[in-house]
Structure formats: structure tokens, C-alpha cells
Design a protein around this ligand. Sequence first.
Ligand SMILES: NC(=O)c1ccc[n+]([C@@H]2O[C@H](COP(=O)([O-])OP(=O)(O)OC[C@H]3O[C@@H](n4cnc5c(N)ncnc54)[C@H](OP(=O)(O)O)[C@@H]3O)[C@@H](O)[C@H]2O)c1
Length: 278
Amino acid sequence: MSRSVLISGASRGLGLATARELAARGYRVFAGVRASGALPADSGAGEVLLDVTSQSSVDEAVERVRLETGGIDVLVNNAGLHAFGALEAADEARFRELLEVNLLGAWRLTRAVLPDMRARGSGHVLMVSSLSGLVGLPADGQYAASKFALEGMSESLALEVQRFGVRVTLLDAGPYDTDMLRRDENALQLLSSGRQGAAYEPLHRALLGQKRSAEPPRNAAGIIASVVDDPPDRLRIPIGPVAEQVFASLEIDRGERARRVALQAASAGWWIRGEEPE
Ligand SMILES: NC(=O)c1ccc[n+]([C@@H]2O[C@H](COP(=O)([O-])OP(=O)(O)OC[C@H]3O[C@@H](n4cnc5c(N)ncnc54)[C@H](OP(=O)(O)O)[C@@H]3O)[C@@H](O)[C@H]2O)c1
């Protein structure tokens, strides 16, 4: 029987491309969208209403997939928002919304699928993160805060659930040509007029004016699908050529560091090794 996959934020961008790719590879794909009918008819996936900021929406989506398939084998936490601009000029409501989707949304959905994965002794949770989860750059602080937090949460999660047969993978994506990048182009006016925005206008203008090369989303989807096909031992996987370069030049930890520290700590090592308390 084909394995079942639930993907959040699959109406467009990386989520839709990943849904298409996995469906083409024979997975039973459930594409989470916020509005009914948002999933293109030719995606090959089934549409599921899913807003990761709503506990009832998360519970209903997970229950529906569970009833149709007997259990979710793979969860791809992909839903995400971006916010451009210096931290001093940031809007608090938008910053909160970003954390609510990028961090707490991933936690909420993961928490909902874990009881079933634990009971079956297997499962794979993928987190769509970013190079902004590894490096904080100017005018990217709100997004970096959300993705650094996602990285830390996933590092802990991986060590918590390993003994139940559940694997966690962080997908650290470089730039891809989706609405997320395009919508930033509208940000300058908003930032210049907002709180302290004028002081940072030259920085914002320069960054928004920059020509950025970005890969098509289907390229990321191919890499993500191969991670689903053949789950790696490593926690962090670079997605795309820019991410590969950053991983190499900054010698990014692939997940061994936290594991080593936790294994050395007598209070946690036994848990990760699947043993009884010392
Ligand atoms: N594009 C890049 O360069 C890049 C690089 C690194 C990482 N990423 C990460 O990749 C993931 C996908 O981004 P993308 O580039 O594909 O962006 P995108 O084209 O803007 O798509 C974002 C998706 O998230 C969904 N979403 C937003 N709020 C949601 C909520 N509350 N509940 C459920 N779904 C929600 C959107 O649904 P609606 O259609 O309903 O709005 C949409 O399907 C994000 O986690 C992002 O941080 C992207």
C-alpha cells in the first residue's frame, strides 16, 4: 500500500510542487489548503482544509487523513510566511502572525500526528526551514527568529521521538521562486511609512532592489521527495545549490552536535538510546 503524506501550505509554492512530485512518485498525498478549491485539479493530491493556526482545523485535518488511510506516514510542515524589514521597524501583529504560522503551526500539527506515529512505531516529520534558520541577516530578523526557533524545536523533537521510531528532518532551503519572495517587493512603501521605517529605508531599498536568482520550486520538490523516499540519518539537509554552498562554507552542523551533548548528559542519554532510566 502506498505511504500517506500530509503537507501543510500546499496551495502554491514549495508545498504544491512537493505535493505534485510525491503524488507522481506514487505516494497518497493530502495537500493542506486554507480555502476550499485552492488546490489545482491536476495536482494528483487530495485536498484537505488546514489552517495551522487553528487547533480545531489541525485536529479535523489529521483525523480525516487518519480515517482515510489508517495513519499518516509522513508529515511535511511547509506552511510559512515571510516578513521583510529591520526589527526596529517591525509590526508586532505581523511578527506574532509569523511566529504563529512558522513555529507554533509546525508544533501544533506535529503534536497532532505524533500519538498515531508513536503507536505505530514509525513516522517521518519534515520541517521546511531556511538558511534564515541558520544565519541572521539584516532586514530578515523576524523570519530568522521564526526559523531559528523551528531549528531548535526540531533538534529537541528529533531526540525526543527517536525512541518511538519517528524520524525528524530539517530541510534548509535556499531561495526559490515563489510568492514568498515576490510579495516582498510590495514591502518598501509599508516599511518606509511605518514605525522607524524611514531610518532603514536605504537598507530596505537596496535589498528590495537587488536582483536575486532563485530556483524553480520543482527543483526543491525533487530533493524533498528523495528525502521522503530515503529518510537520511542526518537532521539537517541543504535544499538547493545556495544551501549546499552555505553548508560547506559555514560548516553547518548536520545534527550531530545536539545529539552528542544529549548523549553525554546522563539525564537524557538513556532516553535517546531507548533504554530505561539510569
Ligand atoms: N521561497 C523561498 O525562497 C523559501 C526559502 C526557504 C524556505 N522557504 C519555506 O518554504 C515554505 C513554503 O514557502 P513558499 O516559498 O512556497 O511560500 P508561498 O508560495 O508564499 O506559500 C506559502 C504557503 O503557506 C500557506 N499558509 C500561510 N499561512 C498558513 C496557515 N495559517 N495555515 C496553513 N497554510 C498557510 C499558504 O496558503 P494560502 O495560499 O492560503 O495563503 C501557501 O500555501 C515556508 O515554510 C518558507 O518559509 C521558502
